[in-house]
Structure formats: C-alpha cells, structure tokens
Design a protein around this ligand. Sequence first.
Ligand SMILES: Nc1nc2c(c(=O)[nH]1)N[C@H]1C(S)=C(S)[C@@H](COP(=O)(O)O)O[C@H]1N2
Ligand SMILES: [Mo]
Length: 261
Amino acid sequence: MTRETKLTRRETLLKLIAGGGALSLAGCGLDARSPAALAVLEKAETLTRLAQRALLAPREALAREYRPQDISSYFRPNGSTAPDDADYQDAAANGFADWRLEVGGLVDNPLKLSLADLRAFAPRTQITRHDCVEGWSCIAQWKGARLASVLAAARPKPAARFIALFCADTLEQSLDGNGRYYETIDLVDAAHPQTILAYEMNGAPLPVEHGAPLRLRVERQLGYKMAKYVMRIEAIDGFAALGRGRGGFWEDRGYEWYAGI
Ligand SMILES: Nc1nc2c(c(=O)[nH]1)N[C@H]1C(S)=C(S)[C@@H](COP(=O)(O)O)O[C@H]1N2
Ligand SMILES: [Mo]
C-alpha cells in the first residue's frame, strides 16, 4: 500500500512535469499558491487535483488547526438544517437513542454503531476552518471518531476504493426524484488523521442544523463534502451507480468531485 502510494505520487509528479503543468508555473515565475497560479491550474479539474495532491499539499498534510479563541461566535448552517424525512424525524424523536450508523458495502465485518459505540473509539478533537464554495468560512471545534478507525473495525475488502456516506435529508427532489444527500471520498482522505465522524461541535452534542447526530469532517476539502445527518457508510469500488454517477449530491449538480482547498 505504502509503496503503491509513493509510486503513484511519483508518477503523478513526473506526468505533471512532463506535461508542462509544473513547468508553466515555474516558467511564468508564479508562486504556486498565488491566485494567478491557481487560475492556471484550474484550467482542468484533473490538473488541479493532481497539482494540489502532488505539489502544493501532499496528501498526508494536515489542514491548519486553530486556537479556542479563534472559534467563530456564529457558525452559519447551510443546506439542510432540519430534515423532515420520516426516518430522520423518528430517530430524532428520542434523542437518537435508537439511531445506528450502518457500516457496510465491501467490508468483511458490517457494523451497526450507536452513538455510545462511536464514542468508544479513541476520540479526535480539532479546531478547523470550514470553507463553503459559496464564499464564506467559519471556525469550530469538532470531536469525533476517526473514520479510519471505524473502517478498520469493519475490515474493508481489497476491492474497496471509495467510501460513500448516505445522509438522512432530502435536499431537493428535482433530479430523478432522488434528492437524498450523499457524498463519496477516496481511501486516502478516509485514512487522513483529521477525517472524523463528528458527534460534537464546540463541546456540545452536534446540533440538528449542523448534522446531528453525526457528520463527516474531511478538512482538506470544501464544505459540501462534509456530509451531515450520516446514516450509512459503504465501502465501494466506484460511484458510477450512485445518483447521477458523479460522486455526490452537489457533484451531480455540477460541482467538482475533488473539492480540495
Ligand atoms: N446531508 C447534508 N450534508 C451537507 C449539506 C446538506 O445540505 N445536507 N450541505 C453541505 C454544505 S454545502 C455545507 S457548506 C455544509 C454546511 O455545514 P453547516 O450546516 O454545519 O454549516 O454541509 C454540507 N453537508
Ligand atoms: Mo457549502
């Protein structure tokens, strides 16, 4: 696995350099992080993704973490803030006591985890900045179980390549009558130390508007990847069969699958 990852990154770097992506940046005398350089990179989503991962920010790099005094006094809720779906209402009615996170798909050991089960995993707490594609940012503290730990307990099969997160909320019906929110991330992001299934925000149980009882935090990407109201997680080998096949609710509506920041 490690060797494979290294080879892939090396190949990616070589491809970028050979293809002129890196050369054009250096050749223009652009700082790789400047807006101008990013504009060059954004010409192709693939190039952006490869560049961010291979050059600007290695996949293992941590997102910046902030101090308690940096926490935003108001954190803007966005998208669904009070799901009216019947199964969600049922789960919320008794404070999510009977709610279970299902972990399945390409795993050897499918799980059904209560909030107490999730709290039994070694918790990770992090203060990070949430960037929405709409152009606003808020800082909060999140506490949860590492997605990697939960997946390790479910033992993904070798064929697993992505993790899909299925949510409780229907944001809109217009696309094929299926507006349930969902997201997918790859195994590199799933294994990242700051990728957590958060059940607490700023020291209190996750509020409903922010995704109670459980939401994803995947800190190297934009807000729309951070699935709220997560009900089921599946290890999958591809996402072509989900929704419109682009890997997420907003991806199906035109946003990029890899929303790196
Ligand atoms: N299930 C679900 N997850 C979601 C959304 C949503 O509407 N439903 N909106 C996304 C978007 S665009 C953003 S910016 C964040 C907003 O999280 P917040 O409500 O805690 O600010 O959640 C993301 N995850
Ligand atoms: Mo967003």
